[in-house]
Design a protein around this ligand. Structure first.
Ligand code: SF4
Length: 416
C-alpha cells in the first residue's frame, strides 16, 4: 500500500515538474513514506530521517516531508523529535503537502491531484479500500490509516480504463482487508462484483488483489476468481498463527480448523490456485506447543509463499495495552528460522515439479542479462531473450528452479 501511495504522489509531483534524483543533496523535495507495521520498519525510517538532518541543515530551502503510518493524528511528538522536518502528512492525505509546496515554491499546483494514479507501467497498483475496521490486537494500521473507506466502483473502473489506455496490462487492487470492499457503498457491491466489472475492460490482461481476510472471503469472491479469465489464480490469505488461543488473543475471528476449511474450499473451486500467507511468530505468550501448530499448518497447507515476521509491540494497540510481549527476540528469531527452513524445503519440492511446464508470463522488466515476469500464480520467472519483451505475454518453459524463483526459456508453444 505504501508503494502505491508513493507512486501516486510521485506521479502528481511529476505533473508539477519534479524529477527523480538518487542524490538527496541535490533534492528540492524529499518525501519519506514511512511504515511502522513492525519495530524494524520504524527504526529504518528514524535512521533515514536522522541521516537527512545534515542535508537539510546545509540546504534549508529543501522541503523535507514525512508521510505515512508513522504520522498519527497528533504530530506534536514528531515535531519535537524531528524539528528539522517541514511537514508531517498522514497516509494518503496528499493535499497538505501539495499546498505547502505551492506556498513555499510559489508554483501553481491546481489539478495535480485530480487524476491521482500510478505512473503507467506494465503493472499498476490501485488502492480501492483505505483503512481497516478489523482491529486485530497486534496491528497499528486502523489507528494510522483510519476506518475503512471504499472507493466507488465507477471511480475504480475509470482509473483502470485510464491506465489501460496508457499501456498498463496488469492491475493489482489493494486494501488492508480487500475482501470487505463495498460494505459502505450504495447497493453494497462486493469485491467479486467489482472484479466482474474490471474483467470487461479492454487492454487489461490480468487482475490481482490483496490482502484478503479469512472472515470476509465470500463465495462470490472465490467464484469470481474461478470464473473470470483475467483474474489470476493467486490468493494472499494471512493466517497469522496456528493455535486457536493465540488467534483469539490476536482477535482474528477464526480458528485453525475454519481456516483449513476455507483453504479446502478455495482449492476445490479454483483449480491450480496458489496461496500465500502472513505469519507472526512470538506473539504475547505463544508457547513452543502453540508455535508447533503454526508449523503444522505450514506443512499441511504447503503455501506458495510465507511472509513471516517477529511480533513487535506497536503503539496504542490492544496487545500493547493489555498483553505482555513475553517471548525473547532470540526465540522469535529461532522460530523465524524454523519457518524459513521448512518453507524452503516445501518450495524446493513444489518448484522442482514445475520443471518442463510452460507458463504464460507477463514480462515486467530485466535484471542483468535476464528478463523477468510472473505467471498467473504470481511465480517469478526469469529467462533470456535477445528481444526486449517488456509488456508482452510470452510462453516460458521452465528449465531450472530454486525455492524463490524459476528460470526458463521462451517458446512459442502451449499456454498454461
Ligand atoms: S485485518 Fe490486517 S490491517 Fe486490519 S487490523 Fe487486522 S492485520 Fe491490521
Amino acid at each position: 500500500m505504501n508503494k502505491a501511495d508513493s507512486e501516486r504522489l510521485e506521479n502528481a509531483l511529476s505533473q508539477l515538474g519534479f524529477k527523480n534524483t538518487n542524490n538527496p543533496s541535490q533534492s528540492d523535495l524529499i518525501v519519506l513514506n514511512s511504515c511502522v507495521v513492525r519495530q524494524g520498519a520504524e527504526d529504518k525510517v528514524v535512521g533515514m530521517l536522522t541521516s537527512l538532518k545534515p542535508i537539510k541543515e546545509k540546504n534549508p530551502q529543501m522541503i523535507l516531508a514525512l508521510m505515512g503510518c508513522m504520522v498519527g493524528p497528533n504530530t506534536k511528538d514528531l515535531n519535537q523529535k524531528f524539528p528539522y522536518a517541514d511537514i508531517f502528512i498522514q497516509p494518503q492525505n496528499y493535499a497538505p503537502l501539495i499546498d505547502y509546496i505551492e506556498q513555499k515554491l510559489n508554483i501553481d499546483t491546481q489539478g495535480c491531484l485530480t487524476q491521482l494514479t500510478a505512473k503507467p507501467d506494465v503493472t499498476a497498483y490501485i488502492p480501492i479500500v483505505q483503512g481497516c475496521d478489523k482491529f486485530c490486537s497486534f496491528c497499528i494500521i486502523p489507528y494510522r490509516r483510519g476506518r475503512e473507506i471504499c472507493r466507488p466502483v465507477k471511480e475504480i473502473i475509470s482509473e483502470t480504463q485510464y491506465l489501460s489506455q496508457r499501456g498498463v496490462k496488469e492491475i493489482t487492487l489493494l486494501g488492508q482487508n480487500i475482501d470487505s470492499y463495498g460494505h459502505d457503498l450504495p447497493g453494497k457491491p462486493d469485491l467479486g462484483d467489482l472484479l466482474k466489472e474490471l474483467n470487461k475492460i479492454d487492454g487489461i490482461e490480468r487482475i490481482r488483489f490483496l490482502t484478503s481476510h479469512p472472515n470476509d472471503m465470500s463465495d462470490n469472491i472465490i467464484e469470481s476468481v474461478a470464473e473470470l479469465d483475467k483474474v489470476c489464480e493467486h490468493i494472499n490469505l494471512p493466517i497469522q498463527a496456528g493455535d486457536d488461543d493465540i488467534l483469539n488473543k490476536m482477535r482474528r475471528g477464526y480458528t485453525n480448523e475454519e481456516y483449513r476449511q476455507l483453504i479446502d474450499k478455495i482449492r476445490s473451486k479454483i483449480p491450480n490456485v496458489s496461496i500465500s500467507t502472513d505469519i507472526i511468530v512470538g506473539f504475547c505468550g505463544e508457547s513452543d506447543i502453540q508455535f508447533e501448530k503454526t508449523l503444522d499448518i505450514i506443512k499441511d497447507i504447503r503455501f506458495d509463499k510465507v511472509h513471516a515476521a517477529a511480533y513487535s509491540i506497536r503503539d496504542n494497540t490492544i496487545a500493547m495495552r493489555k498483553m505482555i510481549d513475553s517471548i525473547s527476540m532470540e526465540e522469535k528469531k529461532y522460530r523465524l528460522n524454523k519457518i524459513e527452513s521448512i518453507q524452503k524445503n516445501i518450495l524446493q519440492e513444489k518448484n522442482s515439479l514445475l520443471s518442463g511446464e510452460t507458463f504464460e508470463v507477463l514480462v515486467e522488466g530485466s535484471k542483468k542479462n535476464s528478463q523477468y515476469g510472473r505467471n498467473r500464480n504470481d511465480k517469478l520467472i526469469y529467462f533470456e531473450s535477445h528481444e526486449d519483451l517488456k509488456g508482452q505475454m510470452t510462453n516460458i518453459k521452465i528449465k531450472k528452479s530454486t525455492p524463490w524463483s524459476l528460470q526458463g526459456e521462451k517458446i512459442p508453444l502451449k499456454i498454461k
